[in-house]
Design a protein. Structure first.
Length: 369
């Protein structure tokens, strides 16, 4: 059939099931799945199978379809696919804090791990932990049709509120042993025990702990690891100093603690407070680490540039994101490992925190020194 010409001279081309477009418009019209099928010389069902990662597609056919998608700049309509399949391929994240290295790195790792499996991540930040704020965050994510939710809000009360809500999609906590991934919570305890045992191995018997804020799951887990290590070594414990994760708090704590110095080591629950402690103790003339050792947790990029460089616990945030996304997709009932990511998925041993020894820890000073 000879294409008809319009009064403007453009050629009318009939696209089955999609009305008419003119040849002059084809460059600007969004490509459809049928356009891709024609360009790749396959059925549109085959294109659909490629989009959904169906294992029956031959590699050569898959590549032809992918090449056609690239040439036509085809973008799947996620909203339309969600209506047909009831799968939005979107995961939600509830964030209890932002700006700090740990939460920022965790969110990036979650997004990378989800994207490798064909999922996107949308997040909702909690400005506070009032029930209405938590409820609004969950409702926001549900309006995005998320298939599951990862809760990276380490306050205990967030989970108390979630337990009372009718959350009709699977959810898990990033560091919650009770409603989340127990191994990740155990990693926090293990890392804190490891760095405390390092100080004990250096001969320290009077070890202070500057903890994170009360009610924070990570702070409580790291405190437990510290206490377990002291208990196993039959060493005295002291009441922890409750901090706020900031370097400013660490600095102020060091100024106050330097007035007595009846201890030889400090374990700070994160690197920011540990770096603040180093700064404060240095400013009042404490000889680090000959007179006093300081250690942290997280291994943030600045840790190696402290004065002295900070001994700390390294967390593999990439592995953490992989493990969390796999666990959530398993709970959803979706494939948790994409074929392309199967070989790259980290082993459990790659996720476990490891001790990084630098110059801020040294043998305990001898009595009277």
């Amino acid at each position: 059939m000879t294409p008809a010409r319009t009064a403007s001279g453009n050629v009318n081309v009939h696209i089955e099931g999609e009305g008419r477009v003119t040849a002059g418009e084809e460059r600007t019209r969004t490509a459809s799945i049928r356009d891709v099928a024609r360009a790749a010389d396959v059925s549109y069902q085959t294109v659909s199978r490629v989009l959904n990662g169906h294992p029956s597609i031959r590699p050569a056919t898959k590549q032809r379809v992918l090449d056609a998608m690239a040439e036509l700049r085809y973008r799947p309509n996620q909203a339309a696919r969600a209506l047909v399949t009831s799968r939005s391929r979107t995961l939600g994240v509830v964030l209890g804090s932002r700006g700090e290295y740990g939460p920022t790195s965790s969110l990036a790792a979650l997004e990378d791990a989800a994207r490798e499996r064909g999922y996107w991540v949308t997040s909702a930040y909690l400005s506070d932990t009032r029930p209405e704020t938590i409820r609004a965050a969950v409702e926001h994510l549900r309006r995005q049709s998320v298939e599951g939710i990862i809760v990276h809000a380490p306050q205990v009360r967030v989970f108390d509120v979630l337990a009372e809500l009718d959350v009709d999609v699977p959810y898990l906590g990033l560091h919650s042993a009770e409603r989340g991934i127990a191994e990740l919570a155990d990693d926090q305890v293990h890392g804190a025990r490891m760095v405390t045992e390092h100080l004990i191995s250096l001969g320290h018997v009077e070890i202070l702990h500057v903890a994170g804020p009360q009610d924070w799951i990570e702070a409580e887990s790291r405190m437990r690891g510290y206490l377990h290590a002291l208990s196993d070594a039959d060493l005295p414990t002291r009441p922890p100093i409750l901090g706020d994760w900031t370097g400013d708090f660490g600095y102020r704590a060091a100024i106050e603690l330097s007035r007595r110095l009846d201890f030889t080591a400090v374990f700070a629950a994160n690197d920011s407070m540990a770096l603040g402690l180093l700064h404060g103790f240095r400013d009042v003339g404490v000889d680090l680490p000959r007179q006093l050792s300081v250690v942290g947790f997280d291994d943030i990029p600045l840790a190696r540039h402290g004065w002295p460089p900070l001994t700390t616990v390294h967390q593999n945030f990439t592995g953490l994101g992989e493990r969390a996304v796999r666990a959530l997709l398993d709970a959803i009932g979706a494939p948790s490992t994409a074929p392309e990511a199967a070989e790259a998925a980290p082993e459990a041993s790659d996720v476990v925190p490891r001790l990084v020894v630098r110059d801020s820890s040294a043998p305990a000073p001898s009595p009277g020194r």
